[in-house]
Design a protein around this ligand. Structure first.
Ligand code: NDP
Length: 349
């Protein structure tokens, strides 16, 4: 059995959802009340692979909302309590979605094995980052040529290059061969370490990298205040919005700049579930975060282990492995709409 731990994208959205589900007490409650609320197992589903295999799953709402990020103790408790609930419900492999994996890593929750009387078994959880990194790389490889961008000569900026997903994307793109990797993050030392381990890549500030890049992979949670000077961007430019929340389409809207929601997959058929509506997917019945899909894939493949765990441990071999499973079980990375593609490329198709 697989599990998904998620949360609403905002407090306002969470209250609306509570109202629609008939939880009026929550819908009327203030943030303090939500901070004290326990996690909820809100939905159970059955998922069928094109191979005919069926798995059962459950969605746990951590009752966390991004407005709680600065309340460190609350954020920490929300994540650990949701994990405890998953374990108590005997879910074999659970993905930490949205901010929950970031809170887990940033607040070093590995030290917090014990929640109440329950000892957490880390092998039951995955960040889902290996599949997310693989999906983002597929999105680069598939969509850049559709805009007439030749990856063999293209400059690819990775914003968040020193992170867990970003460093895996860099390793993948290096193996595939791209013109040049532009490495962007705030702290210099992790970037220098990455550059040394890759043996290539140019470290740049964001504002230096953007005007040079044919492709930008965003794998960092960026401040709402970020502004992009779209006039200075190359045209065409492919932007893969892989961070959370996904807020680039409005910031980088300009002719010739193509923003694609990164790390999102579409399943081969509708799943009778409600859970992706809170995540604002275009097709919530079959689209989901790649990290959630990783828990499903691990269950389909009977790989009941913390496949993605810790930071900067993602290997190319594991990306290949989860990628093969992804295709076998009917997932496809989100692609640009045909209206976004270069006319000359469409004419050839
Ligand atoms: P990490 O914390 O491991 O890495 C984050 C990276 O972003 C680091 O390199 C960090 O370096 C950099 N960074 C953070 N803030 C900024 C900034 N303001 N400007 C430039 N660089 C910045 O995170 P993960 O790799 O686990 O996740 C990356 C992103 O992907 C997150 O936003 C996460 O929510 C999202 N995600 C999306 C999924 C999906 O859509 N399917 C699934 C899983 C995660 P430094 O601190 O030095 O700046």
């Amino acid at each position: 059995m697989f599990g998904l731990i998620g949360h609403s994208t905002s407090f306002e959205q969470a209250r609306l959802k509570a109202r629609s589900l008939g939880y009026d007490e929550y819908a009327d409650g203030d943030l303090d009340m939500w901070c004290a609320a326990p996690p909820q197992l809100v939905e159970r589903v059955t998922v069928t692979s094109p191979t005919g295999q069926q798995i059962q799953g459950a969605y746990i709402d951590s009752v966390f909302v991004p407005e709680m990020l600065r309340r460190f103790k609350t954020a920490k408790r929300k994540v650990l309590k949701a994990m405890e609930l998953a374990q108590k419900k005997d879910i074999t492999i659970t993905a930490l979605g949205g901010f929950t994996s970031i809170i887990f890593e940033d607040m070093n929750l590995l030290k917090e094995e014990r929640v109440s009387a329950v000892e957490l078994d880390w092998t039951r959880f995955t960040t889902g980052n290996t599949h997310t990194a693989w999906v983002i790389c597929q999105q680069v490889e598939t969509n850049a040529p559709r805009l007439g961008i030749d990856l063999a000569t293209a400059k690819v900026a990775v914003v968040g290059a020193s992170g867990d997903i970003g460093s895996a994307v860099c390793r993948w793109l290096q193996r595939r061969g791209v013109g040049e990797l532009l490495l962007v993050a705030r702290r210099p030392q992790p970037l220098i370490d990455l550059q040394q381990s890759l043996g290539e890549g140019r470290i740049l500030a964001l504002e230096e990298a953007l005007p040079e890049a044919d492709v930008v992979v965003w794998v960092a949670s960026l401040p709402q205040s970020l502004e992009i000077d779209t006039a200075s961007l190359k045209k065409p430019c492919l932007m893969i919005d892989g961070g959370y929340p996904k807020n680039l389409d409005s910031k980088a809207a300009a002719p010739g700049v193509h923003v694609l929601k990164g790390g999102i997959v579409e399943f081969w058929q509708d799943i009778g579930w409600q859970m992706m509506e809170v995540a604002e997917m275009a097709k919530p019945q079959r689209q989901m975060f790649a990290c959630f899909a990783e828990a499903m894939l691990l269950d389909f493949e009977a790989l009941h282990t913390n496949f993605s765990w810790g930071r900067n441990n993602i290997t190319l071999a594991n990306m290949d492995r989860i990628g093969e499973a992804s295709l076998r079980h009917g997932f496809r990375a989100l692609e640009l709409e045909p209206s976004d593609q270069a006319p000359a490329v469409l004419a050839r198709a």
